[in-house]
Write a protein that binds this ligand. Structure first.
Ligand code: ADP
Ligand code: MG
Length: 286
C-alpha cells in the first residue's frame, strides 16, 4: 500500500466514524477470518434491567441492593435501580467482597449474604423447581443471580440486556463476507446462546473469566487472523492480543486505548464497513 492510499483509507474511515489508528491495522483487517465479540455493551445495549424477581420481592431486592451498592458491575446497577424505583433502602454491608466471574458477598447485620451465580453459591442447596425456573429465564436471554442469606437461598433476580438494534444486521453482513462470528462472555452458556441465536452468531464461548478472554482469542488465532470487538476494562487484554482490536467508542478508556480501531458511533455494522474500506484501500494499490 502506498502511503497516500493508506491516508485516504484512514481518512475515509474517520469520516464514517471509524477511527483507524494506523495503516498496519487497516491492512490486518483485510486478512481477518474470525470476528469475536464481547456480549455486554458490545452486542447488547449494556443497560441491563431487572425483569423478574423470584421470592419475597422486597426482601430479595433489599438484600441484593445492600450488597451491590459497593459493586461497579452492570448487573449491580440494574439491581440498585430497581430497588430505588420501589423505594427500598438497603442495610449497611460490612466486609464486602467482589468475586471475579461469580458475584458479591458481605455481612449484613451479622449474617453472611451473597448475590451471584452457581459458582459463588457452590455450597448452597438448590431445589429443582428453582433451577427449572432459572433455566427458563436463561433460555429467554436473561442473566439470573441467586440471593442467599447465611446458608439459605431466599430468591433470584433475572436481568435482561437487549441486543442493539443493529447487531443482527452487523452479524449478517460479516457472515455474508464468509467470516466466522464468535461470542466470548463471562455470562452463563444458556443466556449467551439465547442472545447469540437472536443475532445470528455462529459460536458461543461462555462462562469465561475476564482473565481468560485473551487466551481464547489466541486459541482462535490458530485458524487465521482474529478481530476482537469489545468495550470493557476486562476486554483490554483480548483487544491487544487480537490481530485487530476494535473498541466501542462508548467503551472504557482502557478498551479504547487497547483497540487499533474505534467505532465512534457504537454501531456494530461499522465492523463490516471497516472491512470493506480495507479491501478497497489495498486492492487499489496492488
Ligand atoms: P460479563 O461482564 O461478560 O457479564 P463477568 O465476569 O463480569 O462477565 O460476570 C460473570 C457472571 O458473574 C455474571 O453473569 C454473574 O452471574 C456473576 N457476577 C459478576 N459480578 C456480579 C455482581 N456484582 N452481582 C451479581 N453477580 C455477579
Ligand atoms: Mg462488555
Amino acid at each position: 500500500a502506498t502511503p497516500t492510499a493508506l491516508m485516504v483509507g484512514t481518512g475515509c474511515g474517520a469520516k464514517m466514524g471509524v477511527l483507524i489508528k494506523n495503516g498496519e491495522v487497516l491492512e490486518a483487517v483485510n486478512d481477518v477470518k474470525t470476528v469475536v465479540f464481547d456480549k455486554t455493551g458490545t452486542i447488547t445495549e449494556g443497560q441491563p434491567k431487572v425483569t423478574d424477581v423470584v421470592g419475597d420481592e422486597q426482601r430479595v431486592l433489599t438484600v441484593a441492593a445492600s450488597l451491590e451498592e459497593a459493586s461497579e458491575h452492570p448487573l449491580a446497577a440494574a439491581i440498585l435501580k430497581r430497588a430505588k424505583a420501589l423505594n427500598l433502602t438497603g442495610q449497611t454491608a460490612q466486609q464486602f467482597q467482589a468475586v471475579e466471574g461469580k458475584g458479591v458477598q458481605a455481612v449484613l447485620g451479622g449474617q453472611t449474604a451473597v448475590v451471584g451465580n452457581h459458582k459463588l453459591l457452590a455450597d448452597f442447596k438448590f431445589d429443582a423447581a428453582m433451577e427449572q425456573r432459572e433455566a427458563a429465564l436463561q433460555d429467554a436471554g436473561k442473566t439470573v443471580v441467586y440471593v442467599g442469606v447465611d446458608d439459605r437461598i431466599i430468591g433470584m433476580i433475572a436481568i435482561q440486556d437487549v441486543p442493539k438494534e443493529t447487531s443482527k444486521q452487523a452479524i449478517a453482513d460479516l457472515k455474508a463476507r464468509g467470516l466466522k462470528t464468535v461470542m466470548l462472555t463471562g455470562d452463563n452458556e444458556r443466556v449467551a446462546k439465547a442472545v447469540a441465536n437472536e443475532v445470528g452468531i455462529d459460536q458461543v464461548i461462555a462462562d469465561v473469566l475476564p482473565s481468560d478472554k485473551a487466551d481464547h482469542v489466541q486459541a482462535l488465532q490458530k485458524s487465521g487472523k482474529v478481530a476482537f470487538v469489545g468495550d470493557g476494562i476486562n476486554d483490554a487484554p483480548a483487544l491487544t492480543v487480537a490481530d485487530v482490536g476494535i473498541a466501542m467508542g462508548s467503551g472504557t478508556d482502557v478498551a479504547i486505548d487497547a483497540g487499533g480501531i474505534v467505532l465512534v458511533k457504537n454501531d456494530l455494522r461499522d465492523v463490516d464497513r471497516a472491512l470493506a474500506l480495507s479491501r478497497k484501500t489495498f486492492n487499489r494499490i496492488k
